[in-house]
Design a protein around this ligand. Structure first.
Ligand SMILES: [Mg+2]
Length: 388
């Protein structure tokens, strides 16, 4: 089997005005993504996706990655990943047994590599007639999901979070910065309301999107300890690995981070500082299925659990489902809530999520087919995703 083409197509989903809301990230007016299709001479097409800046990712796929993949056998997925990651030095890298990466190996380039890698795994697993997670080495067929939302202001957090628990979720996550802005007092009020809504037996996580400084994060963590928080996600800037360790040492709440890290090398650095209990690699950013499973193994050596970040695209969610089924230390999977058609209306088939549990699709490959009108429904719209 040989790869005959690698295509990348930008897609968008404008958010209707009544669904737009303002957070610490700004007001989100649309979602962008790139759909990647790897085609073979056997007529199989693998799906991948990337969340990086659409036109830039498409150019990287077309000019940098596709030429390296065309004519190659997708069964050799580790080889193809190394070929993409090491660029022109892939040969000496494999002959000598260590990485000799291309200069532009982080950021958009890695987001493009990750998207192509997911498509390679999809097409390879289709060829084998098995779901991706069984090709990777299955460890389970279902995993506990957590409802990821929690933007409601003030006491309204009670109703929002109770709604997720009512759907059967035994774990829920809320944003530290709600639609009504941030103060420690307001976050305590919102967390208190959330705890009232979900009761004592549902796990509650909080996410600060890396928006606090060290001392504020520590003060907030201390104020929230009595509400039994399962993890505090990105309390401070993800760039500050030593600062994360400071926050972790100052509180009994476990620390989660990793959605903005690239490759196992960055996770190794992150882990060395001792600032993380739960690693959250994003399959579309950290390096696709090939690299995220290496990160999972690395995390397991330090007793760090895996909770993949899964946001923005159904293809990435599908890849994350398979990852969760194949990593022993993946104890939970993010299930996004709120307005997200590119996550929930992308495929002809629905996800199998019942009572807060995510079940693995049993069809070959990722197990999903794009809806027929996907490129019309999600026609690309130029311009920024957020406005301030
Ligand atoms: Mg997050």
């Amino acid at each position: 089997m040989k790869i005959t083409s690698v295509r990348a197509t930008p897609v968008s989903d404008p958010i209707p005005e009544e669904q737009q809301h303002r957070t610490d990230l700004g007001t989100k007016i649309k979602s962008d993504s790139v759909i990647i299709q790897v085609e073979t001479d056997e007529g199989l097409v693998g799906l991948g996706a990337s969340l990086g800046s659409p036109h830039a990712v498409c150019a990287i796929v077309e000019y940098e990655l596709a030429p390296a993949l065309i004519g190659e056998d997708p069964i050799y997925s580790e080889f193809l990943y190394e070929k993409m990651y090491n660029g022109s030095r892939w040969k000496p890298s494999l002959e000598r047994g260590f990485s000799q990466p291309r200069e532009d190996r982080r950021g958009l380039t890695m987001e493009a590599i990750a998207g192509v890698d997911i498509a390679v795994w999809d097409v390879k697993s289709q060829a084998m007639g098995l779901p991706v997670y069984k090709v990777m080495g299955a460890v389970r067929d279902s995993v506990r999901g957590y409802a990821s939302g929690g933007w409601a202001p003030g006491d309204e957090a009670e109703q929002e979070m109770a709604g997720y628990a009512a759907k059967g979720f035994t774990a829920v996550k809320m944003r530290v910065v709600g639609r009504d802005g941030f103060s420690i007092e307001n976050t305590v009020r919102r967390v208190k309301a959330a705890r009232r809504g979900i009761g004592p037996n549902v796990e509650l996580m909080i996410d600060a999107h890396g928006s606090l400084d060290i001392s504020t994060a520590i003060r907030l963590a201390k104020a929230l300890e009595e509400y039994d928080i399962a993890w505090f996600e990105e309390p401070i800037s993800p760039d500050n690995h030593s600062g994360l360790a400071e926050v972790r040492r100052a509180t009994s709440i476990p620390i989660a981070t990793g959605e903005r890290e690239f490759t196992r090398f960055d996770f190794d650095d992150l882990f060395r500082y001792g600032g993380v209990d739960i690693a959250q690699p994003d399959v579309a950013r950290a390096g696709g299925l090939t690299e995220i499973r290496r990160i999972a193994a690395l995390a397991s050596t330090r007793g760090i659990k895996l909770a993949p970040h899964a946001w923005g695209s159904g293809i990435l969610f599908a890849a994350s489902i398979h990852m969760a089924m194949a990593a022993p230390n993946c104890h939970i999977l993010e299930v996004s809530q709120g307005y997200m058609p590119m996550m929930y209306d992308l495929y002809s088939e629905p996800y199998d999520i019942r009572e807060g549990t995510v079940y693995a699709p049993q069809r070959p490959g990722l197990g999903f087919t794009l809806r027929d009108d996907v490129f019309d429904r999600f026609k690309y719209v130029p311009g920024p995703e957020y406005i301030f």
